[in-house]
Structures are given as structure tokens and as C-alpha cells.
Design a binder for this molecule. Structure first.
Ligand code: ADP
Ligand code: MG
Length: 348
């Protein structure tokens, strides 16, 4: 059987790394993105540029591929569903309906008896006053937020006066957890009860953007096992195919909270490219294209630094040692707070 052509919706750095991993195992890729400058076109076999709701472009994309996947979860469900009716989209778009909305996502996780932060739905300024017991907290838009976008820290209701929050949008108010640590678990599910699971990754955020990741995470055995168990339970319950990441918080008493489900490869998993025999990207391609599962093997401990904004100019000029791996996302425009590249260092 000839290998399928993989369509990837979205053309950022995750799309680039998926396309690179696919090429390595002989899978051709087609990137579909609404940004003419999408960096992933530098790494794929074909690039289709157009709006995600343009039927002609969707048709062109469907004709060019056998299977579709996506690099970000905020694509409209209609588009994904249209494609899924003709060619299969993996993971299944029904998952996006859940995770595109922070309230549905947290309700779903709680139903699996996995602890989340305490939260409440907020539809007006008045409701913040009514739910004061959730302060200090973070007010987050229920949809379309990422890298801390659409989030407001509210210590007390007095803060509302200065923040100018647009209450025509819907929000979730989450009680602030006193964080000891943040970790993530990346898992690739192939079919029922068949997984490859990476060791928990320890993450440090700055201004709500991931800055630094490392393995092994400095956590106790109980948290390690619990986080992997939860990631497996979520992937199984979603009947998931492909790579998924669960972000967790750990508080001062070593309680574990699931924060978010990313139905895709994840920034914290970039170090898997160099630290494992099979990266999160290759495993995603393998799972969605129904290729063989290869037993996962950790090669080395590692740390990764995200290169954000104009820091990239410094890294572009640096010389690197043999245990350092610099990735330039080749983004045309350098923007404040934009992820521009990363550096993985393999460590003992
Ligand atoms: P995003 O979709 O932007 O990644 P998250 O909900 O993951 O949104 O929030 C980004 C970061 O903000 C988290 O990784 C964490 O550092 C911090 N954060 C978010 N919610 C809370 C909370 N309830 N308590 C403490 N820190 C939080
Ligand atoms: Mg997050």
C-alpha cells in the first residue's frame, strides 16, 4: 500500500515540525493556511493558501490529500467537519468542540474525576461581584485564548475599574492556584489501549507564555504516575488518535490539577525531537497515518528554551555545541511576545 498524503491545517511552527517529521518517514504533506507567509510552507511538499471557510480552497485541499490533521485547535468546527465528511480528519473534530471552550473542557475533565482549578462561568461584570470567593483569580475568555491572550488577573473587584474588560464576551473565572510547579504530559494514542507516553515535562512560564521546559521533571513518584494515568484516561475517553498534551498544575501540597488539554503536538514537547528516538511529531504522523508503532526510547535528558520576540537575532548569530539544537521558525515578522524559535540542549 502506498503511503497516504497528509494534509495539515495551520502553517505555524507546529505545522513545520509535523511536516519535517513526516518527510523523515516518507510521508508527503500539504499545508493549508490562511497566512501567505506561513512558515510551514518551507518544510512541506505543497502549500495551499486561503481562508478556512472558502469552499473552493477546502475542495482544493481535500483533492490534494488522503488524511487531514491540524496544528491548532481553534479552526471552525464547520470546516473540520466538511473535510471529515469526505476525507478523515484525525484527531476527530468532535474533540475540538470540547476543548475550544474552557468551560466545556473543565467540565469534561471533572467528569473523569480529575481535579481542575475551581472555576465559574462569567457573563457580566456583575457576576464577578457575585463570585468574589473565586478571587484572587484569572478571568479568561472561554474561547480563542492562547499564550495568556484574553486573560486578566483579578486580585479584588476593585481591579475591574482599571481593566476595561469587554463583557460582551463570555469568560471563565478561575481561582488562582499557588503554583509550586507546572508540568505537561505528551501522549500519542494509536488505538484502544495502545499508547506511547513521554515522561512528564517540567515547564516554566513567563507572562503566561511557556519560556522553559525540561526532562526529567523534578516531581515525586506519585505525581509522576498520577499525571501519566490522567493523560491516558483523557486520551482513552476522547477515543483520541494522534498526539495530545495535558497541562497540569502542582500546588504547594503536591496536589495535581489538570489545566488544559491540547488536542495536538505541544510546545513543551519540542525537546522530544532530540531527546527521544521518536518525537511527538513523528508519533503524531505515525498514529494519524496508521503506521507502525515504534517503542519509545529516551535518549537523553534535555532542556528547551523558547526564543521569543527580538531575542531571535542574537540566537541567529550564535555558534552551537554538538549537544545544542537551534530551531529557527523562519517567521517573516518578528513580533513582541511571538515565539520565533527554540533551543534544545541535551544534558546528562
Ligand atoms: P493558555 O491557553 O494561554 O495557555 P492557560 O490556562 O494554560 O492558558 O494559562 C497560561 C498560564 O497562566 C498557565 O500555564 C499558568 O502559568 C498560568 N495560570 C493559568 N491559570 C492559572 C490558575 N488558575 N492559577 C495559577 N496560574 C494560572
Ligand atoms: Mg496553557
Amino acid at each position: 500500500m502506498s503511503k497516504p498524503v497528509l494534509g495539515i491545517i495551520g502553517g505555524g511552527q507546529l505545522g513545520s515540525m509535523l511536516a519535517t517529521a513526516a518527510k523523515k518517514i516518507g510521508i508527503k504533506t500539504v499545508i493549508f493556511c490562511d497566512d501567505q507567509d506561513a512558515p510551514a510552507q518551507n518544510f512541506s511538499d505543497k502549500f495551499i493558501c486561503g481562508k478556512y471557510d472558502d469552499q473552493n480552497i477546502i475542495d482544493e485541499f481535500m483533492n490534494a490529500i488522503d488524511i487531514a490533521t491540524f496544528e491548532f485547535e481553534n479552526i471552525s468546527y464547520e470546516t473540520l467537519n466538511k473535510i471529515n465528511n469526505i476525507k478523515s480528519v484525525l484527531p476527530n473534530p468532535s474533540i475540538n468542540k470540547i476543548v475550544q471552550n474552557r468551560l466545556f473542557e473543565k467540565d469534561y475533565i471533572n467528569k473523569l474525576n480529575i481535579r481542575t482549578t475551581q472555576y465559574v462561568s462569567i457573563k457580566s461584570e456583575k457576576e464577578v461581584y457575585i463570585n468574589k470567593e473565586f478571587l484572587p483569580g484569572l478571568l479568561k475568555t472561554t474561547t480563542l485564548g492562547y499564550d495568556g491572550k484574553g486573560q486578566y488577573k483579578i486580585n479584588s473587584v476593585d481591579d475591574l475599574k482599571n481593566l476595561n474588560i469587554d463583557f460582551t464576551k463570555e469568560y471563565i473565572l478561575e481561582k488562582l492556584v499557588k503554583l509550586k510547579k507546572e508540568i505537561s504530559v505528551v501522549i500519542t494514542r494509536f488505538k484502544n489501549q495502545e499508547y506511547e507516553i513521554y515522561d512528564p515535562i517540567e515547564n516554566i512560564h513567563e507572562d503566561q507564555i511557556l519560556k522553559y521546559s525540561k526532562i526529567p521533571a523534578d516531581i515525586n513518584e506519585k505525581v509522576l504516575e498520577q499525571s501519566k494515568k490522567y493523560a491516558r484516561a483523557i486520551a482513552e475517553e476522547l477515543n483520541y488518535i494522534g498526539t495530545l498534551c495535558v497541562e497540569f498544575f502542582i500546588d504547594k501540597n503536591d496536589n495535581l490539577y489538570a489545566n488544559e488539554i491540547a488536542p495536538r503536538v505541544h510546545n513543551s514537547g519540542h525537546l522530544t525531537i532530540n531527546a527521544y528516538n521518536i518525537s511527538q511529531f513523528e508519533n503524531h504522523v505515525r498514529a494519524v497515518c496508521n503506521l507502525d508503532r515504534v517503542k519509545l526510547n529516551k535518549i537523553s535528558n534535555a532542556e528547551m528554551i523558547n526564543i521569543i520576540g527580538d531575542q531571535i537575532t542574537i540566537y541567529r548569530k550564535k555558534k552551537y555545541a554538538s549537544n545544542e539544537f537551534f530551531f529557527d521558525y523562519l517567521k517573516k515578522e518578528t513580533k513582541y511576545k511571538r515565539k520565533m524559535g527554540h533551543l534544545t540542549t541535551l544534558i546528562k
